[in-house]
Design a protein around this ligand. Structure first.
Ligand SMILES: *Cc1c(COP(=O)(O)O)cnc(C)c1O
Length: 449
């Protein structure tokens, strides 16, 4: 049993924060698709004394002394990543997904080079060349899109690649409910001499579990966060494939140099150790079952939502993620649904949808996923129940319409919040959520007062 007494005595503010968050997680459904509940073992490594060490460099080639134990942890993480994904090279030091992607740019491109990625409102990630990101400003970024049916427009990717001759093409997304087209984009990258980087941050756990195709035969480089479906600590990996080594025998070296000393200083050794633990967990047969159940749950939830009259981008899902299209109820209404869901204890995020009719801050979609609730042990029966709760929440707030006039929005939202805080129907759904959560405990080893 873990009690956090020292923290309670030392810093009541942070102790209270963790207690509050623990209670929030225990009594609510965490359905942000990039989140999960990692294991006690992962958190023990993450909270360990390894945080005190400095180890700039790589195992066996450090700039500091005393790294004999850290080297073991880092080598374990590397070997496990290589075995799990089937690649000849892995770098486990990136602090998180965004710095990992920056390291890929630094390894392959010069400022001003042409790069291509999936547009953010179409589900792509900021770091794939979106204009607000450094990656959209330091490089000449060409963005591809999804078709009206919600699937990546491969014909457009091909046309844009031929017209713009990019150095680097990204495949991977943060709000895309369908399988990623690694083979198709690999062919296009080859035809124009570009590198293909697959950013599998969201679906890494599904790939390891064998329920999403692998990018390994088609991509030169693979990046992934470790904290989403992979269920580890925050962090990231950069892997080089056999295909990447064939295109450029120095690629592994370039990636390592880009991470350190190119972009980062000392690695987070506690994080590296925790990644190693998560990779070991992901290599076990139970993890395959877990990954398969994530997808079964997402499909069951998609069916339940559709039966209850809710529209989904692309009509369903093949992975852990669903994107609700709220445009039948108006434009820019994601904020009302997200806040009403928050009130009943279901955590999701408002998100743009393809061809977003409103704006990124007031988008018309809700993004949700099944990775964390599957970790709790929920299955298809619970998904049916949750789908019905979503429909009830949406129906409770569907009359609210975002004012066209931006100046009126603040006041309108305040009125909305006051009204829903007194909603009996939402209070009833919150009771149902709490009853469901009490049957599927999380962090059972953690006891705080
Ligand atoms: C989450 C994510 C990232 C960024 O990871 P951070 O750890 O938040 O920096 C990058 N790419 C994709 C596709 C992601 O989903």
């Amino acid at each position: 049993m873990e009690r956090l007494e020292s923290l309670r005595d030392d810093d009541p503010v942070i102790y209270g924060t963790i207690r509050g968050e623990l209670n929030r997680r225990r009594t609510g459904l965490e359905m942000i698709p990039s989140e999960n509940h990692c294991s006690h073992a992962v958190r023990q490594a993450l909270g360990s004394i390894l945080t005190d060490k400095y180890s700039e460099g790589y195992a066996g080639k450090r700039y500091y002394g005393g790294n004999e134990f850290v080297d073991v942890a880092e080598r374990a993480a590397i070997e496990r990543a290589k075995a799990l994904f089937g690649v000849p090279h892995a770098n486990v030091q990136p602090y998180s997904g965004s710095p990992a992607n920056l390291a890929v740019y630094f390894a392959l491109c010069k400022p001003g080079d042409v790069i291509m990625g999936q547009s953010l409102p179409d589900g792509g990630h900021l770091t794939h060349g979106w204009k607000a990101s450094v990656t959209g400003q330091f490089f000449k970024s060409v963005q591809y899109h999804v078709r009206p049916d919600g699937y990546i427009d491969i014909d457009e990717v091909k046309k844009l690649a031929e017209e713009n001759r990019p150095k680097l093409i990204w495949v991977g997304a943060t709000a895309y409910p369908r399988g990623l087209p690694f083979e198709e984009l690999g062919g296009i990258a080859d035809s124009v001499g570009a590198y293909l980087a697959a950013d599998i941050s969201h679906v890494a756990g599904l790939i390891v579990g064998g329920v999403h195709r692998s990018p390994v035969p088609y991509a030169h480089i693979i990046t992934t966060t470790t904290h989403k479906t992979l269920r580890g600590p925050r962090g990231a990996l950069i892997m080089v494939t056999e295909k990447g080594m064939q295109k450029d025998p120095d690629l592994a070296d370039k990636v390592d140099k880009a991470v350190f000393p190119g972009l980062q200083g000392g690695p987070h050794d506690h994080q590296t150790a925790a990644i190693a633990v998560a990779l070991l967990e992901a290599s076990r047969p139970e993890f395959k079952e877990y990954a398969a159940q994530i997808v079964k749950n997402a499909k069951a939830l998609a069916a339940a939502l559709t039966e209850n009259g809710i529209r989904l981008v692309s009509g369903g899902t093949d992975n852990h993620l669903l994107l609700i299209d709220l445009t039948p109820f108006g434009k820019g209404n994601g904020v009302f649904v997200q806040e009403a869901l928050d009130q009943v204890g279901i955590t999701t995020n408002k998100n743009t949808i393809p061809n977003e009719p409103a704006s990124p801050f007031y988008p018309s979609g809700i993004r949700l996923g099944t990775a964390a609730i599957t970790t709790r042990g929920m299955r298809e029966g619970e998904m049916k129940l949750i789908g019905r709760m979503f429909a009830d929440v949406i129906s409770e707030v569907k009359g609210y319409q975002l004012p066209e006039d931006k100046k009126q929005r603040g006041e309108y939202l305040n009125k909305f919040r006051a009204e829903i805080s007194g909603s009996k129907r939402l209070a009833g759904i919150k009771g149902e959520v709490m009853a469901l959560c009490s049957r599927f405990p999380v962090y059972p080893e953690l006891e705080v007062e």
